[in-house]
Ligand binder design. Structure first.
Ligand code: TYD
Length: 265
């Protein structure tokens, strides 16, 4: 008798509540993610909120090795590429992201699973659904609380990249690839509007930073009660009454023209 093959199990999302908040930044190459993450980090420091800044690929020691294999080497078969990104993500989530979230930190990651869905799934034609399931399996279903998509037409990103210097392997892909990528990111955002915020990255840096700050303040107002604070001496105490109040005060100090009501969940 031939054994029956197991039925495919759809990948599950882990929506158990956690004290920390997981925020990811996504977008094509050169849209300004690092600069915006710097700004957000400065704001969290001002609010005395503990955070961990990380990235994919390469957020761990093993990940740094995987990153080197992926980006600095020669041709990588598309399925091997998808599996290497998933391997980086699995290790990153178990050893760094989940422990920080359990400890009540804000975790800010420069790229996460949506990059795989867009780059490997859509732009490389492996199938967005399969690639998403692979990442959900790899991470035991961890999705971000907030994903900030910095959207720009590929031409702008290209100009910024050229101004910035050397290109890695994926950055050398032709224009159609970057166009497909942008469309897939926007489609993903449209599918999960409660998780994504799309920001036009062609606006000036300050405007983008303010929009990021507003959206993070709203998230903390809704779901940030479990966050840990850190005062200047390193002890855990939020200066204001609550993480939400601390972040709101820091944002209003930085952007005095904002109205408090704009920052509530
Ligand atoms: P990154 O370091 O963010 O580069 P950049 O600063 O240019 O945006 O990402 C490295 C490259 O890896 C980038 O071209 C996107 C690609 N990538 C994938 O193809 N799949 C993935 O799952 C991830 C996380 C990144």
């Amino acid at each position: 008798m031939t054994p029956t093959p197991p039925a495919p199990v759809p990948a599950q999302v882990d929506d158990a509540p956690r004290p920390g908040l997981f925020i990811t930044f996504e977008g094509g190459d050169g849209v300004g993610k690092s600069t915006q993450i710097d700004r957000l980090a400065t704001l969290l420091v001002a609010a005395h909120i503990e955070y961990v800044r990380t990235r994919e690929p390469g957020g761990t020691e093993l990940g740094t090795e995987i990153r080197r294999l992926l980006l600095d080497g020669g041709h990588v078969d598309p399925r091997a590429e998808a599996l290497l990104y998933a391997a980086d993500r699995a290790h990153h989530v178990t050893t760094k992201v989940r422990p920080a979230l359990e400890a009540g930190s804000v975790v800010i990651s420069d790229r996460y699973l949506d990059s795989s869905v867009a780059y490997q799934g859509a732009a490389r034609d492996l199938g967005p659904g399969e690639v998403r399931d692979l990442s959900l399996w790899a991470t035991d279903g961890l999705l971000p609380d907030l994903t900030i998509l910095l959207d720009a037409e590929p031409g702008l990103a290209e100009r910024r990249r050229t101004a910035r210097g050397g290109k890695d392997r994926l950055e050398r892909e032709p224009g159609a690839f970057h166009q497909a990528l942008r469309e897939e990111f926007l489609a993903l955002a449209a599918l999960e509007p409660e998780r994504f915020v799309v920001i036009d990255a062609e606006q000036d840096l300050e405007t983008v930073a303010r929009l990021v700050a507003v959206n993070v303040a709203r998230l903390v107002a809704r779901r940030g009660d479990g966050l840990r604070g850190e005062d200047a001496a390193g002890s855990s105490a939020v200066e204001a009454d609550s993480p939400a109040a601390a972040v709101r005060e820091a944002v209003l100090r930085r952007y005095p023209a904002l109205h408090v009501s704009e920052l509530d969940g």
